[in-house]
Design a protein around this ligand. Structure first.
Ligand SMILES: Cc1ncc(COP(=O)(O)O)c(C=O)c1O
Length: 388
């Protein structure tokens, strides 16, 4: 098809031309005396994305899934007990990863479409009077259902329970798009990848560690090899990496940091809120429901839309892809067939999203879901019109 494909899934997100150009470079010697300048440019600026002033960031050739593992094996001793909240596919997979590593995970179940309930976390931690629980696992933005948990409220709950557990936060679909206050929210480990808010291809995993989490790295008795932060720290201190770095992606990340920090992280978060408001207005105008059970927890980086009973969201997604050249996110696990997801994070703007919503409208109509063509687009444009 002529024209650009609309990659409207919640990651990977479209890569801006500026970042494609930044990555289009000849390879260089990653042991040369010139190389540390790139490492330092990245590692010195990554903390600003999440408002981190203490602790350190780490970058691995890896993805978000791998950073779950990296955070755990460097801070939690073998067989250690953890507390997690499950409210979607990614919180489920975070738990699965921890269990596969041999940890015991106490799970607080929430309905899919809901978020973590701080009072239940507080009660679970208060009941652990022996302080066996070593960490609380929390997905900030559940990409499967389009909801955002309140990390600050979870930290407050941990503090009210006077519990020493670390707070390990998955920020894969929030960091570099939604507000993320690493220091102020008392986060100990924050993980992400490059294929969402950073607007790059998948391939780098990013792990932010607090001083408290870093203090565990040396004493943690969990066996680890590739993800051993001791080796990474020692190399990073000299401006290098223990193994061959993913150089193209590092060039891209360096440029992405310039783009994000030039815009300012508050402005980035505000842009995502503004765009999300338009998409939500479109969903309302179609008369459809979001998977998010309450408006105040709806995510600003993606919207998960429920199709009416008797319809299959997979059909909408397939029609959108084959007839209108737009990719929408599918429903995962419990919400498979019930939900399609519109990604609106990264390098996108109101006009791109207006085009995307047009594609969604045509696909919905073709799939026999009764919506009025133009209704959602019109509602979104009312939100986005500068003079409105
Ligand atoms: C919230 C969340 N966590 C973790 C992951 C897994 O990350 P990756 O696919 O980079 O391994 C994803 C992927 O979409 C995600 O959205």
């Amino acid at each position: 098809m002529a024209g650009r494909h609309f990659l409207q899934i919640p990651g990977p997100t479209p890569v801006p031309d500026r970042l494609l150009r930044a990555m289009h470079r000849a390879m260089e010697d990653h042991r040369s005396s010139a190389f540390p300048a790139l490492t330092r440019s990245i590692l010195s600026r990554l903390p600003q994305v999440v408002h981190q002033t203490k602790g350190e960031p780490f970058v691995f050739p890896a993805t978000g899934t791998a950073m779950w593992e990296a955070a755990l094996v460097n801070t939690v001793n073998p067989g250690g007990r953890l507390l997690a909240v499950r409210f979607g596919q990614f919180s489920h997979l975070f738990i699965q990863t921890a269990r596969a590593l041999g940890y015991q995970v106490d799970v607080l179940e929430e309905p899919w479409g809901e978020v973590a309930d701080p009072s239940r976390i507080e009660a679970a931690l208060a009941a652990d009077t022996a302080h066996e629980i070593q960490g609380v696992l929390l997905v900030h933005n559940e990409t499967a259902t389009g909801v955002t948990s309140d990390v600050a409220a979870v930290r407050a709950a941990i503090d009210r329970a006077k519990h020493p557990a670390l707070l390990l936060v998955d920020g894969v679909s929030s960091i570099a798009s939604l507000e993320f206050q690493f220091d102020a929210w008392g986060v100990d480990c924050a993980i992400t990848g490059t294929q969402k808010g950073f607007m790059l291809p998948a391939g780098l995993g990013i792990l932010y560690m607090s001083e408290k989490a870093l203090a565990r790295v040396d004493t943690c008795t969990m066996p680890r090899a590739y993800f051993d932060l001791r080796a990474m720290r020692a190399n990073n201190a000299q401006g290098f990496f223990p193994s061959t770095p993913a150089l193209s992606l590092l060039f891209g990340l360096d440029e992405a940091l310039t783009m994000l920090l030039d815009e300012g992280m508050a402005a980035v978060a505000e842009r995502h809120r503004f765009l999300a408001n338009g998409v939500r207005a479109a969903v309302n105008a179609w008369g459809l429901r979001q998977c998010a059970k309450r408006p105040e927890i709806a995510s600003n980086s993606l919207t998960a839309v429920m199709v009416p009973d008797g319809h299959d969201a997979r059909q909408v997604i397939e029609i959108a892809f084959t007839r209108y050249d737009i990719s929408l996110g599918s429903g995962l696990n419990e919400v498979a067939g019930k939900v399609f997801r519109i990604g609106h994070l990264g390098d996108t703007n109101s006009l791109t999203l207006a085009g995307a919503l047009s594609g969604v409208e045509m696909a919905l109509c073709d799939a026999g879901i009764p919506i009025m063509l133009g209704s959602g687009v019109g509602a979104a444009l009312q939100q986005w019109r500068v003079g409105a």
